[in-house]
Design a protein around this ligand. Sequence first.
Ligand code: ADP
Ligand code: MG
Length: 396
Amino acid sequence: MKLDTKAMRHLTSEDWRVLTAVEMGSKNHEIVPTSLIEKIARLRGGNSGVHKSISNLAKNGLIGRIKEAKYDGYRLTYGGLDYLALHTYSSRKEVYSVGSRIGVGKESDIMMVADEKGRQIVLKIHRLGRISFRTVKTNRDYLKKRQGGSWMYLSRLSAMKEYAFMQALADEGFPVPEPIAQSRHTVVMAFIDSYPLRQIAAVPDPANLYAELIALILRLAQHGLIHGDFNEFNILIKEEKVAREDKSNTGAEAGEAVTLTPIVIDFPQMVSMDHQNAEMYFDRDVNCVKRFFERKFHFIDTPPGPFYKDAKKTVGKDGAKRIDIAVEASGFTKKMAKDLEAAIREQAGSKDDDNGEEGSSDDKEDSEDDEDFENGDAEDARSDDDAQSTEAEQNT
Ligand code: ADP
Ligand code: MG
């Protein structure tokens, strides 16, 4: 689903108030009754003002009217939630303008945005619960258990977890994007001018890059963590030019050499080294790197491993901070982790294969059957025009 910010600047302060009221109402209501929206919004203009805003918001696809409900009501759409998050960033002066989409996955949209100083930064919008119609049936039972905006809850958990881990990892000096801000189902982070490893055709020294990536897996383990999706889409390669020494004795020219620095992204599925399936996740991450280097660069690492049981012995060693424990203490609770994990597992199970689900800039627009069925009619109101540079600045 594409973020379309066209209507943002036209919303009045009353519209924002009503949109916020729908969001608040969704905490306890799958479909927010109009009477409750009126009560929460309490506009000076009375209920006619609320109705005007409701119809404006619905027209722009930010809320969706639910027709078959027992009572008259509305549901916040992903578009509405996107707007609320942008509105928050805008009022906190964290995001000033929204640019184009640079990535799209089944579970996220990645947008270029800019802050007030014009610095290019990245907005990641988490979109869990966009279950394709093919799999709705199997997922419905699960969703029934969490009424009241399961997609909203799960996407928010995903963003919260990503932000918490990004912060903790950055604090420990891991090569991750600098986390900047978080609101609802979104995260703002530094833009990494790079290519995903997937797009790198050749590297001068595969053994070196391979060793660096394995070392990263082991360093994460030492801090109690497994990435859980350590693949060629989630490793960004930054090319940095460095001055090369003058090898005058060999006759080689002095000049520039390129160093490749891997930056790791995408943290919603991270697990603790104490997780009951830790060994499986650890091996999967290691094998992912091995397989990729073999296929792409024809590089084969001769000794087997590294192994989970050896990595496990290093957890917390040499004064390494247990990030898995620290994050839990920071407010991302065990219950949240469990809910999110169940959702990620189900979503992974609903994929046809494990290729192509990652966001890459050349991905096609979502196909019809991947639309969020929870968005109902409102989805149709959204435009498919190419993302334009649109000010997120608001008139409230
Ligand atoms: P998903 O959870 O959908 O896989 P990711 O966080 O992996 O989302 O991002 C999808 C893609 O967007 C990445 O493969 C990368 O190409 C791009 N991307 C994400 N974050 C950044 C960033 N901070 N800087 C540059 N590109 C990014
Ligand atoms: Mg990814």
